[in-house]
Design a protein around this ligand. Structure first.
Ligand SMILES: [Zn+2]
Length: 190
């Protein structure tokens, strides 16, 4: 959730230097794979599940590392008339690549049940640091069963925004970071 926005804003700032507009662009791009879920959600209607840690909101296309690399190359092609090269640290497409790739990677360690990192080459879900294991790999059926068994319907308040959980701490710190970069610093004239 807010972690995606914060990390996206930080990455854009590291690559392109801070301004409220640069940070905001990175923050929006950081959550883009989730924002792109809404058309899929509308299309699926009532069948679309968001319970049990939101595990099914992550459709494979916009949470695939490959897809995010392809999108970033698309950005590069659009702006290739710029003088900068792809390896220039200030080049926007490199920042876009890192921001878009950060999203599925954060989803493997944060809230939920992993993502299909290597879709369309693999249909498996990848989850990191789960129950003491570095990498857990599930089929769709295995992931469904795990979410059904251990997921919580009130995940938003009991986990995601609960300051006593690690995920909750990272979300609240990200909210504070967003306020700092998008409200406080602009008010200070930065
Ligand atoms: Zn996501």
């Amino acid at each position: 959730m807010f972690t995606h926005h914060f990390v996206g804003g930080i990455i854009f700032t590291l690559f392109l230097n801070y301004s409220p507009r640069i940070f905001l662009t990175g923050a929006i791009l950081g959550a883009m794979p989730d924002i792109l879920n809404f058309p899929f959600r509308l299309a699926k209607g009532r069948e679309f599940k968001v319970d049990k840690w939101c595990h099914l909101h992550r459709n494979p296309i916009n949470h695939s590392l490959l897809m995010n690399i392809v999108c970033s190359l698309g950005v590069y092609l659009v702006i290739k008339s710029c003088e900068n090269s792809l390896v220039n640290p200030n080049h926007p497409s490199l920042a876009v690549l890192f921001v878009l790739s950060s999203h599925p990677l954060l989803d493997t360690i944060g809230l939920g049940w992993g993502v299909k990192l290597f879709y369309p080459f693999s249909n498996k879900y990848y989850k990191l640091f789960y129950k003491g294991k570095l990498v857990t790999i599930w089929t769709e059926e295995e992931q469904e069963a795990e979410a059904e068994k251990y997921g919580q319907d009130d995940w938003l308040w009991s986990i995601a925004l609960n300051p006593r959980t690690t995920i909750g701490k990272s979300e609240w710190l990200s909210i504070l970071g967003l306020i700092w970069f998008l409200v406080i610093l602009p008010l200070m004239g930065k």
